[in-house]
Write a protein that binds this ligand. Structure first.
Ligand SMILES: [Fe+2]
Length: 388
């Protein structure tokens, strides 16, 4: 079967890579840009630093700094309105997945009109969005190199997952100077998001030799360097390796697809406004345990175990290693650690997860009752899923 491969037009890595944004933006011949960021990065001076690069390149700019974690439809609509008001020819996302996804969604909305819900699913937009440059400040989502974006719908209490090649970033900057100040909890959560991308890409129905190569390299790097980056944020080698690893994990899942962990995490994060990376990290061992009934998944998890450098190359060893890594970097081990999580919601969350676009590339086609049972096992912290 023919395979489509998506990639960012131009990506820059390394300390000082931000200085390469100006010359690259000049090639686009735009007059005005909208910097899309959050209040913290606005107040920290990071947005002004990016703005100076744009000014030096002869591009006028304004700053939209209303991005929030788990960005909502309203934030995206406000951002799209700012794009139209400014007649911006470029969006410059500054931040992690929330800022980059807000820019992607606003770019599609500004170029295509309509409502955001019109674009839920796969390749629903008609024309390419307004061009985007992304200055990434976390090492996790891979949003700067994927054709995915996620927006929270507070009315339905869930997250809409959009897969659309028209939303892809044109210029990606992964400059570790913008990542060194990430606190340990954000480093841990975003790093585990990247690990989940890599593992789900390996297990996916859409996996290919190309995506396996990226994903397994990312697994190896994340296992080696995430504990170091979380323990010592100033460790530039660990930060640099995590920046490459989250990017390659992003490349892998953008082309292979994701699976049940992300489908369940979207429903969970949308209902309780929990951090995406924490939802993935927490659900990952329970969903992997559920997948031990799948011979294809067990075979592929031996490759994951090999990339992790484990003594035993099997699914159970991977599950144990994921639990150990999460514990080491301070990720909660069960959903009951969060007071707002109510098991009475699990049947409804399971229905939302089954309709999430990420579910389509999972090897299994579970019943809603099975998905709800995985939520319950994660709530209770049950080590084994063999009773399902
Ligand atoms: Fe993710």
């Amino acid at each position: 079967m023919a395979e489509r491969v998506n990639a960012v037009k131009t990506s820059f890595f390394g300390k000082g890579a931000i200085q390469l944004l100006g010359p690259e933006v000049q090639k686009l011949h735009v007059q005005r840009a909208l910097v899309v960021t959050d209040p913290f990065l606005y107040q920290s001076g990071a947005a002004a630093r990016v703005g100076q690069v744009l000014s030096d390149a002869g591009v006028e700019y304004a700053i939209f700094y209303q991005v929030q974690p788990n960005p909502t439809v309203q934030v995206v609509e406000d951002c799209a309105a700012a794009v139209r008001t400014l007649s911006a020819g470029l969006l410059v996302a500054l931040g992690g997945g929330s800022a980059i996804d807000t820019a992607k969604a606003a770019s599609i909305l500004a170029a295509n009109g309509g409502r955001l819900a019109d674009y839920e699913g796969t390749d629903k937009s008609r024309t390419p969005g307004v061009p985007i440059a992304a200055v990434n400040t976390t090492a996790g989502t891979g949003s700067e190199c994927t054709d995915f974006y996620i927006v929270t719908d507070p009315v339905r209490h869930t997250k809409m997952a959009m897969v659309d090649t028209n939303c892809m970033v044109s210029i990606a900057i992964n400059d570790i100077d913008f990542m060194l100040s990430m606190p340990p909890s954000l480093t841990a959560a975003t790093g585990m998001d990247a690990l989940t991308h890599a593992i789900e890409a390996v297990l996916s129905r859409g996996a290919t030799p190309l995506t396996d190569k990226d994903a397994l390299w990312a697994v190896e790097q994340i296992f080696r360097y995430l504990p170091q980056a979380a323990a010592d944020g100033a460790n530039e080698k660990a930060r640099s390796r995590m920046a490459y690893a989250e990017y390659t994990a992003g490349m892998a899942f953008s082309n292979a697809g994701l699976g049940m962990v992300h489908a369940m995490a979207h429903a969970l994060g949308g209902r309780y406004n929990l951090p995406h990376g924490v939802c993935n990290a927490l659900l990952l061992p329970y969903v992997l345990s559920f997948h031990t009934r799948c011979p294809v998944c067990c075979r592929r998890l031996t490759k994951v175990a090999h990339a992790m450098g484990l003594a035993e190359e099997n699914a159970q060893a991977v599950i144990s290693a994921v639990r150990t890594l999460s514990s080491q970097i301070g990720i909660p081990d069960r959903l009951s650690r969060f007071q707002q999580v109510d098991p009475a919601h699990f049947p409804a969350l399971a229905q939302l997860a089954l309709h999430d676009t990420c579910m389509a590339s999972d090897q299994l086609e579970p019943y809603a009752e099975e998905v709800a049972a995985v939520y319950l096992a994660a709530f209770r912290g049950e080590a084994q899923m063999s009773n399902l």
